[in-house]
Design a protein around this ligand. Structure first.
Ligand SMILES: [Zn+2]
Length: 77
């Protein structure tokens, strides 16, 4: 038997969502990803709070962004 998960209560999820507001979905994040990494690559000081918040909380998108940034960095030599 598996026990129900006890770590994530609705209250916990609410607090996570509040912490990461403005919160993008992964679809939103992926839609903005190319543009975002190009801007960061061209301007390292570029900041996008919504993207940063999502990437901080979403390992899959953070990995994708890192991979794209590495590819851009290689292109730039
Ligand atoms: Zn994501």
């Amino acid at each position: 038997m598996t026990e129900p998960r006890r770590g994530l209560t609705p209250e916990t999820i609410d607090s996570l969502l509040v912490d990461t507001s403005p919160y993008l979905s992964c679809d939103d994040c992926f839609a903005l990803m190319d543009q975002y990494v190009e801007q960061v690559s061209a301007t390292p000081s570029h900041e996008d709070p919504a993207m940063a918040a999502h990437l901080a909380g979403c390992g899959a998108c953070a990995e994708e962004a890192r991979t794209l940034l590495e590819l851009l960095a290689q292109d730039a030599g």
